[in-house]
Design a protein around this ligand. Sequence first.
Ligand code: SAH
Length: 206
Amino acid sequence: MRKRLVSILKEKGINDQKILDAIGKVPRHFFLDEAFLEAAYEDQAFQIGEGQTITQPYTVAYQTELLDISRGQKILEIGTGSGYQASILAELGAKIFTIERNRILRDRADKLLKEIGYFHVKTFFGDGYKGLPMYQPFDRIIVTAGSNEIPKELINQLNVGGKLVMPIGDKNIQKMACLIKTSETEFEINNSKSFKFVPLLPGKVN
Ligand code: SAH
């Protein structure tokens, strides 16, 4: 089933072999309820409880491609959710710090990531708008929830030369934005395809 998913993503235009290998390796069905084994390898988003979703595999691959990761880079993810995106980033050899505002989801993802061997992914319960000042700067930042603007604090916590990938728009549709920090005070932004993400929300719950 995982191989079939990989070939679907290839057909949809994902070219990076390392990312396809990661998708082919990570057992996505562990990130869903047991009852949904087959659904886990459809190219679809899926409910994970708490009103949240595990991102569609194509979108995970697309955001990961834009991030353009090298081994050993420090990456901050906002919106841990199921932990699936974090596991794909970990497969690429990056050091992952991931923040989730919902304690139930954070605890579940933390437990699962450890159970399936991603011990080095560090999960945090907190408000992603604030980033992780203690662990900054990051080489890459990925936001897996949509908003109408890029939180300033996240740009501050990015290395010069670093990239931030995040869906920007209203609650119905967002364009994937890729920001490159060109100096301490300057950055460039390119927008690409449209997506629909759950919203980035302030504060913490549970
Ligand atoms: N990357 C996830 C996708 C989860 S959906 C996966 O692979 O499954 C987006 C997640 O962002 C939700 O779990 C939501 O609770 C979380 N979120 C929304 N606003 C947030 C914020 N300000 N800080 C941290 N997490 C946030």
